[in-house]
Design a protein around this ligand. Structure first.
Ligand SMILES: NC(=O)c1ccc[n+]([C@@H]2O[C@H](COP(=O)([O-])OP(=O)(O)OC[C@H]3O[C@@H](n4cnc5c(N)ncnc54)[C@H](OP(=O)(O)O)[C@@H]3O)[C@@H](O)[C@H]2O)c1
Length: 367
């Protein structure tokens, strides 16, 4: 090779290597910048006198656990379990300070497992998120890659968190009744905790699928809203307990979705028609309930447990798909209040006071 040609070739190789080096340097400095960037998050702290105080703080990336998947959270939602965590319930969160938030919708920053690409839009709820792993009430989360799914095309990040854990649990409750064989022709479905996150979305989904719904609520002033959501009738929740100590009551409701537990669940079971079922997912009133075996052995009633937290990832993917299609609610936005992180401490208190109505969407992008 003539000398000039050899020089040109060497120059091209050197230029390519330099370019590669510069790109790596840019990538590295981007990583360093994004990893040292402070971000906003809710932090719950335990005081010396064993109170639990939530506030908006700045956190560093180094405060996050070292997991494969780093997500920039755009939206989260508030759920009863977040309020339990923020009030120091050790069955939910053992160690403080802690960032709650049991769900999140956001954009992948990096994934060391290779499952997702940077820029993918993903959804997370359940597993340990927001319990003992810093949760979605912070602008970044670091989690195992097998806790997340890509968002369905027909559901934006914002819409997904309008459902959030409460809404997806409502969808799972309805699906559980369907799997048992429930159909709209069976008769009215009773929904307890009607104004809550799970209750309100259950009413709307059942209505959308053609069921008639009776809402049980402790907030008579919300009756109009519950009727607008799709309930055909609204009754005070205490009417469930009028059956008293009788082992069985009249057969009134085809099926039920119960978010309360306690005597509400005990007494609802006594009033379910032959062959019906109750999907039980919550304990807003009590974690305990008692029952005779009569509803089960005389009327063949099924008590169907619903867990949204530890179900396999493919089941989460499937329920998101339903929420994006046949369970997609046109009136979803009307059931949600959008807040920022700064509002969260005040709103968490309302959950423990039983003052919540509908769903609370937390916008972290604007926080
Ligand atoms: N199994 C799962 O995977 C799963 C997932 C999500 C939620 N959950 C559970 O489901 C329950 C509901 O969750 P959520 O997010 O819908 O909660 P939420 O938004 O706080 O709603 C609960 C509703 O229950 C009623 N209520 C509250 N305190 C009560 C009390 N002491 N006695 C009787 N009724 C009371 C109120 O409705 P009214 O005033 O209209 O009666 C309230 O709006 C919680 O226990 C939660 O932990 C379970």
């Amino acid at each position: 090779m003539p000398n000039a040609e050899a020089h040109k070739c060497k120059f091209r190789v050197a230029r390519a290597s330099l370019l590669k080096f510069l790109l790596r340097l840019i990538d590295l400095s981007f990583n360093i910048m994004s990893h040292s960037k402070p971000f906003s998050a809710i932090q719950v702290e335990e005081t010396d006198d064993k109170r639990y105080v939530s506030s908006l703080v700045q956190k560093a990336m180094s405060d996050l656990p070292d997991n494969d998947l780093l997500i920039n959270v755009h939206y989260s939602s508030l759920n009863y379990k977040d309020a339990l965590s923020a009030s120091g319930n050790k069955r939910v969160t053992r160690n403080f300070p802690h960032t709650p938030g049991i769900d999140a919708a956001g954009v992948v920053v990096e994934d060391k497992s290779g499952t997702f690409a940077a820029g993918d839009e993903v959804l997370v709820f359940g597993y340990d998120l927001g319990m003992n792993t810093p949760g979605g009430l912070g602008q970044y989360i670091s989690i195992p890659a097998d806790w997340a799914v890509k968002r369905p095309e027909a559901l934006s990040l914002k819409e997904a968190m309008m459902y959030g854990t409460g809404g997806v649990t409502a969808a799972l409750c309805v699906q559980k009744l369907e799997k048992m064989g429930a159909t709209p022709d069976d008769g009215p479905v009773a929904v307890t905790g009607a104004t809550g996150g799970v209750g309100s979305v259950s009413i709307a989904i059942l209505k959308q699928l053609g069921y008639s719904v009776v809402a049980f609520s402790g907030k008579p002033e919300q009756s109009e809203n519950l009727l607008a959501l799709g309930a055909e009738q609204v009754l005070h929740r205490d009417t469930i307990n009028e059956v008293g100590d009788l082992p069985m009551g009249k057969e009134i409701w085809a099926h039920g979705i119960d978010t309360l537990g306690g005597e509400y669940l005990s007494n609802l079971l006594k009033q379910i028609k032959s062959g019906g079922g109750v999907a039980a997912c919550g304990l807003a009133a009590s974690g305990e309930f008692s029952s005779t075996v009569f509803p089960f052995i005389i009327r063949g009633v099924s008590l169907l447990g619903v867990d949204s937290v530890y179900i396999p990832l493919h089941e989460k993917q499937h329920i998101w798909q339903r929420v994006a299609t046949d369970m997609k609610l046109p009136n979803l936005a009307s059931m949600c209040e959008e807040i920022t992180l700064a509002h969260v401490p005040e709103y968490l208190k309302r959950f423990m006071q039983g003052k919540v109505v509908g769903r609370y969407l937390v916008n972290l992008a604007d926080s």
